[in-house]
Design a protein around this ligand. Sequence first.
Ligand code: GDP
Ligand code: ZN
Length: 292
Amino acid sequence: MRGTIVKALSGFYYVDVGTDCEPVACRGRGKLRHNKITPLVGDHVEITVTAEGTGMVDEVLPRSNQFQRPMVANMDQLVILASGAIPVTDPFLIDRMIALAEYKHCQPIICFNKCDLEPAEDLVELYRQAGFQSFSISAQTGTGLDQLMGVLEGKISAFTGNSGVGKSSVLNALCPQFGLKVGEVSEKLGRGRHTTRHVELFRVGGGLVADTPGFSAFDVEQMELIPKEELERTFREFHPYLDQCRFVGCAHVKERGCAIRQAVEQGEIADSRYRSYVRLYEQVKARPQWEK
Ligand code: GDP
Ligand code: ZN
């Protein structure tokens, strides 16, 4: 039987095998250990269920990606929550998360919460133009939550976003099972606790969602940084122009004959996206060699 690990605790792997049943508590086969395979939350696995209703993990299927903090595999989507109302999200934070998700082959979805206060239409449109699924939601009124539910269908997703943007509120609205405390500044108080705590996946409609709302789960600073040469690829709207720059290896920062800069000037690439690229490029470039 095939399933997905939703929790790992005290030597047991809890494997979700479908909407209508409880996860199956499984042990790992000795051969996994021999092959130095450590099953992770998010792993798609092949299991054998015994008569008592417990099971054995026979095999871990190939991973599409893997994250360190938290330790999870196969994140299909990263839902980036932002807000046009207080606390207003700096677009750089959105672009940084997008770049990381793209680098990890994880689909970024951009949601502007608190649309009851501020619809953020311009930003929704900006990210649509750049090639992303982007829409407004409100945890308060329920606007857009159906659409978000639809996006989660059949996928494994994680949520991220700056503190106060409404991650707990949105997750609770989607699925009361999360039971998350709203308005708790968990980022400062509970950082150590949250980062060491084990991640768990919950069923939300037809999808699985990681319970990582209290901190920026996929924090760039804590993760492998994107190599300089690969940064341009993580800005998807740059793709059509990348082979049109005058110089091979153009960094798209100050070079003459740069097709990216020209596209920005002509309004084909959003200014804020380009500025985020340059800021990330400078960071990546400044990184000492030993970190690479
Ligand atoms: P988190 O830090 O990202 O988990 O954010 P919380 O879920 O704790 O929410 C922070 C604050 O924003 C709380 O006071 C929420 O009541 C409020 N909030 C969350 N979503 C909305 C929304 O859609 N509209 C409005 N008006 N307030 C919201
Ligand atoms: Zn260029």
